[in-house]
Every structure is written in structure tokens, then in C-alpha cells.
Design a protein around this ligand. Structure first.
Ligand SMILES: [Zn+2]
Length: 203
């Protein structure tokens, strides 16, 4: 047993840079880490010594049973821990809000308030994106959502928060959260954020 839960596994490889085309100028390093709630993850970082291009990504190495956590939330739940892996889907059905994983999804550990704030920012971004083109209906709906989220935080309203993860690396850490295992069929319907290539498109 080791009391050090971080294992460095540094292996640097060299590859061609996709940005400047430099030959073997891209340093690719991999590192495994153990993160509370997420378990073992693999972090990959690239850095081009020629043009300075850099990027990093992390993927979970753990695969657990597909799960769904459901929690009734109000202002008393704002501090409840939420760990969302990069493969998780977060939904607030009452408000028609859903965040599905995409290729750029990141895992994070936050709390219920942090999740509500992320939804609020996403709605604000959507309004800005629409700009002058926004229809009164869309605008009113968006403002209603922002108002609802604010009233949850002020203790006036409650709603249901759902976190689903086909790889089981996410959790709502609250005694009142209901945890269910998903059937394979339900898990298959969830987006994973991984790029999938349809075989028929390649033929
Ligand atoms: Zn480069």
C-alpha cells in the first residue's frame, strides 16, 4: 500500500505537429492520476517545441456500471457535491435543460449551485448568440429559466436534477439522492462524447 495516490507514469513520445507540420516536434506526454470520485484517469498533454501549440485532454480509465442519480433540489441542497465525468449527461427536466457530453466535455467536481450556475451561463450565452434575431418566445422562455434558477437558489422553488453516466464515473453525493443502475438499453441511448464513425459513411 502506498499513501501517495498520484502515480506518475511519464512517457514522452514525439510526433509530427498537426499545426505547423514540424517533424517530431510535438512532445506527447501521458500521465495517470487518481482523482476522488473519478478514479483513475489518463491525462495526455501535447506541446510543440517549434510553434508552441499545446493541448491537453483527460479520459477516464475506469468503467463502472451505468448509473442515474436523481435528486430533488432546493436551496438546502446547494452545497451537495456533484462529480460529473466527461461522459455524463445532466438534466433538469422541469426546465427542459440538458447538457450532453461532447468531444470537448470535461469532467469536474462541483456542487448543486455550481451546476445551476453553469446552466444559467449556458442560457445567457444562448441569448447573446441569438442577438437581435431572437424571437420573443425564445427570449421569454430563456428569461423564465434564468428566473427559475435564481428562485431555486433563493429557496422559493425546487426542481429535480438528474445525472446519468453510461460509465458510472459520476455521482451526486447526497444522502437523499436516489441511485439507480441503468439498463443497457438506457445506457446505449446516452451520448458518451466519444467520436463515433458510422461504418456506412466510410463505404
Ligand atoms: Zn507545431
Amino acid at each position: 500500500m502506498s499513501n501517495d495516490n498520484i502515480t506518475f507514469n511519464n512517457e514522452i513520445m514525439y510526433s509530427d505537429c498537426p499545426v505547423c507540420g514540424g517533424e517530431k516536434t510535438l512532445e506527447v506526454s501521458n500521465r495517470t492520476d487518481n482523482i476522488p470520485y473519478f478514479g483513475d484517469i489518463l491525462e495526455t498533454a501535447v506541446l510543440c517545441k517549434n510553434c508552441g501549440y499545446q493541448s491537453s485532454d483527460s479520459i477516464s480509465l475506469e468503467q463502472n456500471d451505468p448509473v442515474r442519480f436523481t435528486l430533488k433540489i432546493d436551496s438546502s441542497k446547494l452545497n451537495s457535491r456533484v462529480a460529473k465525468s466527461q461522459t455524463a449527461t445532466v438534466t433538469i427536466p422541469d426546465l427542459g435543460l440538458k447538457v450532453e457530453p461532447g468531444p470537448k466535455s470535461q469532467g469536474y467536481v462541483s456542487n448543486v449551485e455550481g451546476i445551476l450556475n453553469r446552466f444559467e451561463s449556458a442560457v445567457v450565452r444562448a441569448i447573446k448568440l441569438e442577438g437581435d434575431e431572437i424571437t420573443p418566445d425564445v427570449r421569454e422562455n430563456a428569461l423564465n429559466i434564468i428566473d427559475y434558477l435564481a428562485r431555486i437558489k433563493m429557496g422559493e422553488l425546487s426542481t429535480t436534477l438528474i445525472l446519468e453516466d453510461p460509465f458510472g464515473n459520476s455521482v451526486i453525493d447526497d444522502d437523499d439522492a436516489e441511485k439507480e443502475l441503468l439498463t443497457q438499453e438506457e445506457a446505449d441511448k446516452l451520448q458518451t462524447g466519444f467520436t463515433t464513425i458510422d461504418q456506412s459513411e466510410m463505404e
